[in-house]
Ligand binder design. Sequence first.
Ligand code: SAM
Length: 371
Amino acid sequence: MTPDPGTKWHDPALLDHLRRVRRPWDALVRRVVRAVLKRYLPDPPGTLVEIGAGGGQLREWLPDDVAAATTHTEPSKPFARALRERHPTAKVVVADAAKLPFDAGSVSGVLALCVLDTLPDLASVRAELARVLRPGGVVVHVLDLSTSPDALFPELIAAGELPLTNFARDPALLDVLTPAQRAALPEADDFDEVIAVRWGEFVPFVGMLARSNHPLAATADLGPFATLHEPGAFDPDRFALEFMAASADAARLQKLNRAMIGLFLAARQFGKPWTVRALSTRTHLRAKLATAFGSDHGFAVEFAGPVRAWEVADGFTLRHAGRTVSRPLPVPFTPVEELEGVPPAALPADGVRATTVEVLIARRATVSGQT
Ligand SMILES: C[S@@+](CC[C@H](N)C(=O)[O-])C[C@H]1O[C@@H](n2cnc3c(N)ncnc32)[C@H](O)[C@@H]1O
């Protein structure tokens, strides 16, 4: 059983956790949010609605005139209470984004931070946003954190693929491999959470090794992947829970990644190489939202992609796109300066803190099918 997504949105400890995770990146994300809003919101902003406002993080990044024009909506009563306590002057309404208490065409902008990635029913929320937005009104969605990899699983499994952890970039393991082994690993970057493999290449191979008691198929190391070859053993919900639990535990993850590297290299040696592709939840979400807010649904996407901001920081370089890594960001991005209309400065080689924020701007069509 997958836990009801509703339950986790009632624990105020999650709000403290989000605040803690965000703290080092606060100034950078604020800058991106402000640049995006200045570029895409009307001036003056008109009537704005935030959906899934949580404890009010986005409000803390808004310029005063935008904050004053915004009504924050949030379906979780404990979260809405926390928002009111933190921002006593804010307008806060308990409401699901699929059923907003606003008249049709009465809203000039819908704001959201890390919300569209969490919704089990994106279509009904999109329809409601289309209803409340005036023609030409805009949806501004920003995602500064990473989204949960299990959002990818149903699609992968339906396509005959199995999600593995990103064993090709585990920094604790790369250094112990020979250069030839490293070169043989799948292409992936630090922001890919998943390496997808063809089910028909992975599962029978592990089954074959397990039947001959090969150490590479050791149940303790392979965790949720060890018994998939047994008839009836695959339960997608349980698998997702176990995958997430293993990914969240550094020691288990390292053991799993080591086992996956061993299997991957062994499959090549056995002449049964796996067909794999690395995936990031952000790229996946970007594609999903670009389709969801297309012209078929009364919107047009004006911008979809990562926006980067950076600052000089003492010590070593830290890069962030939901998760923090020290390697260079290999993904293409829009420099925040481009939205601000100033020339981007060259990033120093070291001693910087850089982040990318995933941004979606979708505009409500003025007449059916047009923006
Ligand atoms: C990851 S949290 C983000 C909270 C806040 N925006 C932030 O970034 O700190 C996702 C938020 O979406 C809200 N949410 C979940 N389902 C929703 C729905 N159907 N309509 C509106 N908000 C929803 C949750 O209650 C939660 O506050």
